[in-house]
Design a protein around this ligand. Structure first.
Ligand code: PMP
Length: 372
């Protein structure tokens, strides 16, 4: 510890460096958000780096947002009553099983805060969602990363083998961001049957609505069977409310109550609450958009395959190009074509399925770059 340059009663103000921040912050990986689309003259730029929904909010939802905006001098409903009831009804669980938060990443933070002390372990696949190491480190817990298999899928058997006495949480991301495949029900059941019941298993389904694989699990059904399972969902992707920050967990009573304890008070704002309720009401219209994106995903994936590319099967609203050291060149070629994509070092590049024009441009770039 460094000695403060200023002591009580001293007239010197000292320095901000005197303040003792947590050591854990030093080792924290930075979350690199998707960058805005580059502006190129005469070329519409597309941000396909953050797995956002390219459609603007539904008119009906926008109206609700505008109405809610008139009352932002008031605090939101701290208990998130109406939205919790709407989620419970939509999912088919009790309200006591629903815990909301500021995006599902906020809820994940609540989960880790509720379970982990310094030195505890959180097991997850890698590569996977970049927020996992951050929320883990913030709690002073230790990340245990288990590499994906050759098809960029979770190796649930290896993840099980990585569980120790100190493991508090295992996160399963399905479909996996950034690689795309969903885990299969059979392998997930085998895993859940064998993992200790004291370990909380978080099933992160941020991209659930885009899944078409018939072998993918019905997570809520599994949740009914396994008391240590938590299902994590969001309004950011299929529901197109990424900017409002609202997500939720479906958890058994005791766990859901703990997630409410670790929530930031008044975290889910009133506009987000109202918009999410309205979105659940207009789910049929939203589903048409999701269906259109799924059709686009199939079109783009088939075209890439036709070009000779070999990509992992994506069940989400993005595609993964496992390009290794060629990632930088591919990413640059995309940027040159007005596509802001997400590069993951020397692992690969993730591209969101966006507007048809953006998808077409991706196909052109991929064709020119040459299949890998
Ligand atoms: N989980 C996964 C797998 C994600 O990819 C994301 C968003 N990139 C999230 C959770 C968090 O989404 P949000 O906080 O917007 O709900």
């Amino acid at each position: 510890m460094t000695t403060p340059r200023s002591s009580p009663g001293s007239s010197r103000p000292g320095s901000a460096d005197d303040v003792r921040l947590r050591e854990a912050l030093g080792g924290l990986p930075a979350y690199i958000p998707g960058k805005p689309a580059p502006m190129r003259e005469g070329l519409t730029a597309y941000k396909v780096s953050s797995n956002e929904n390219p459609y603007p909010p539904l008119k009906s939802v926008r109206k609700v947002i505008e109405r809610a905006a008139r009352e932002v001098n008031r605090y939101p409903d701290m208990a998130v009553t109406e939205l919790t009831a709407a989620i419970a009804e939509a999912v088919g669980v009790e309200t006591s099983n629903v815990a909301t938060g500021t995006g599902s990443v906020g809820v994940l933070g609540q989960i880790i805060q509720a379970t982990c002390d310094a030195g505890d372990e959180v097991v997850y696949a890698w590569r996977s969602f970049e927020a996992y190491p951050i929320v883990t480190a913030l709690a002073g817990a230790t990340s245990v990363r288990v590499g994906l298999d050759a098809e960029a899928r979770h190796r649930l058997d290896a993840m099980l083998a990585a569980v120790t006495e100190r493991t508090k949480v295992v996160i399963v991301c399905s479909p996996n961001n950034p690689t795309g495949p969903a885990v299969r029900e059979r392998e997930l059941r085998l895993f859940l049957d064998r993992v200790p019941s004291s370990v909380l298993v978080v099933f992160d389904e941020a991209y659930l609505e885009f899944v078409t694989d018939p072998d993918a699990p019905d997570a809520i059904q599994l949740w009914r069977e396994y008391p240590n399972l938590v299902v994590l969902r969001t309004f950011s992707k299929a529901y197109g409310l990424a900017g409002l920050r609202v997500g939720y967990a479906v958890a058994h009573d005791r766990i859901a109550a703990a997630l409410r304890q670790t929530a930031v008070p008044f975290g889910v704002n009133s506009i987000a609450q109202a918009a999410a309720v309205a979105s659940l009401r207009d789910v049929a219209e939203l589903k048409q958009r999701v269906d259109a994106l799924v059709v686009e995903r199939a079109r783009v994936a088939a075209a890439l395959e036709g070009q000779g590319w070999k990509l992992p099967a994506s069940e989400a609203n993005f595609l993964w190009f496992p390009l290794g050291p060629d990632s930088t060149d591919f990413s640059a070629a995309c940027h040159e074509a007005g596509l802001m994509v997400r590069q993951y070092g020397d692992d690969g590049v993730r591209v969101t399925i966006g507007e048809t024009e953006a998808n077409d441009r991706l196909l052109e770039v991929a064709q020119q770059f040459g299949p890998r």
